[in-house]
Every structure is written in structure tokens, then in C-alpha cells.
Design a protein around this ligand. Sequence first.
Ligand code: GLA
Length: 353
Amino acid sequence: MSFENIFGFPPAVTASAPGRVNLLGEHTDYNDGYVLPTAIPQKTTVSMRPNSGGEFVVHAADLASESRFEREAKPGDHFAAYVYGCIRGAMATGAEIPYLDIYVESDVPMGVGLSSSAALEVATLRALRELLKLDLDDVRIAQMAQRAEIDFAGVNCGIMDQMASSLADPKQMLFLDTRTLERRLVPRPPSTEVLVVDSGLSRSLATSAYNERRHECERASASLGVAALRDIGDVSRVESLDEPMRRRARHVVSENARVLRAVAGVDAREFGELMNASHASLRDDYEVSVPELDRLVELLQQQPDVYGARLTGAGFGGACVALCREGTAAGVGRDVVDQYGSKGRVLVPEATS
Ligand code: GLA
């Protein structure tokens, strides 16, 4: 299927954006902290063309679904709500948005913590920017994408995923200060490769636990008298907090320090140790891991060609990421999935058939 098959004309514009995997800096973005994601090779592509039918028509190739909606009516379909949120964001800039035929294709794995929704939002906004010649830079696109997610998809997320989709590339890491949005692309440790394995466990608890963690972090920063946990540099300061705020804050403060250490220029071995420490902190202090993720991470960490591994994304299911010796990731992934069981899947590197 293609845009032309569905709508009878070629698209006027086509734009795409990648998913992301976060290497370090988990649950730090809504604490004004530091993150270190990289883009993955999989991407979402959005094509569009103005129509004269008096409604937006969104066709999602991979979901075989079609959604129709008008300017003032949010679609019930979850997938179309992301597109709608982007259209509303573009309207809020003062732009006149014509009704559009929209076609979405994606190979970003969904629901596993690789930001398929950010890829959809950023690709949609890029297509709108091109079609309507909107004066938006990539940071503004990320900010509008985040607003679409919060206001129209109902997820109170930070800005990491949208900034990664808008500004990262798969060959480097995006070091981002989520408070100032200062950023720079930094190389991975030499001779390394990224491996992403799905646990096969859906992230059912993720939204409620995510909001609860955010709230605990806000309580912790209020008790410590700072604007955000990012303002705490010395981890011993969290010791005065009540539980569970003490452990939540300890995770955030130590995780920020790990990101800063990683971008100070460490070798693969030390980077891997930071990833392992991040997982332990997410498991023990932040309590967003589950036994399946712990098992998968342990299997990854036992592999001689793996420098380090951790859960990635919000937690409670989804994927794990490992840093491997260059050229070994596909093989390590297959071995680990064999041991883990049939629910596991290698997502990056993509299978070649
Ligand atoms: C989700 C959110 C991000 C970030 C991560 C956890 O992916 O969308 O903003 O908070 O969880 O690091």
C-alpha cells in the first residue's frame, strides 16, 4: 500500500523521524536533569496532501486503520490523537491548516519504550513544516511534539523522547540538559555497538507508576528546597528525606552524575559499568523494574561481549539496552533471546533476512 493507492494522488510532502533508545539518564528529564539517548535506525514516515473533503483523514499503514476528524474534534482513536495534537499545535502558531489526507508508515516497534509516539509526532510536525513552510526549528518541533503528547495523548512526559527523535542520529549520542535544552552530539565509546532486546512484557503499569514517581520527585525537591532534583549535586543531601522520597531522589541524583561522567569521555568498559549501575538504581531505588527485565539484563550482562546493560525507557516492561563490542550485537542478541525464551525479540540491530 502507498499514499497513492489509498488516496488516488501522490503526496505533496513526505517527512520522517526516528525512534530512540536511551543509553543513560532515566527518569531524569522531568527533574530538569541530563539524558543520553541515541536514535535507532527504525523510523516513522508521514506523507500528506491537502484535500477538499472537509476533514482530516489519517491512514495508518501498519495498523490498517483509518481515522477521520475535523479541526475542533479530537479523534477517539489513540493513534490519530497524536496526529491531531500536532495539527492543533501547528494551528496554535497561527498557521492556517487545510484539511489533509495523511498516510503513516512506521517500523519503530510500538509499546516497548523506543518512542514510537515521539517519532510519529516529530514526523507529522516535520511534514506540516514542509507543506506549510512553517518557521520552526528542530527544538521547537520537539517542544510542540511534547505538548501534543501531554495535551492530546494524556501522557505527562518529559522532553527527552521528542528531542531525541528531532535531534539525535543513530551514530552518536545526544547529550541533553533538559533544563536549558543545551545539547551536543557525542560519539559512543570507540568500537561499540548498541543492542536492544524486547522483554515481551507490555508496560501495563507504566503510566500510573510514572505519574506517581513524578509526584514523589516533586515532593522530594520541595522538601529539599530546590526547584528540581537536578539542583542537588551531593547525593548525601537526600539522606534527610522520608522514604520513598529518599530512594527516588537518590536515583535521580546518582543518575545525573552517571550521565555527566559518561560524557566526560569514558571508555566502553566504564560506560558499561555506568549502565549496570543505572539498572541497579532503577531496580532498587526507583523501583521501576520487574523480574523479567532484571532477568534479561542479567543475561545480557553475563555475555563476554557486553560492556553493560539496563532497562530503557519508563520501565515496568518493554525493552533493555546493552552496549556491546562492535560487530557482536546481533549474535549476542540471538544467544540471549535463546536463553530468555520465546517472548524475547532483538529489535536493534534489525534482523537481516
Ligand atoms: C518516558 C518519557 C520520557 C522519560 C522516560 C524515562 O519515555 O516519555 O520523558 O521520562 O520515560 O526516562
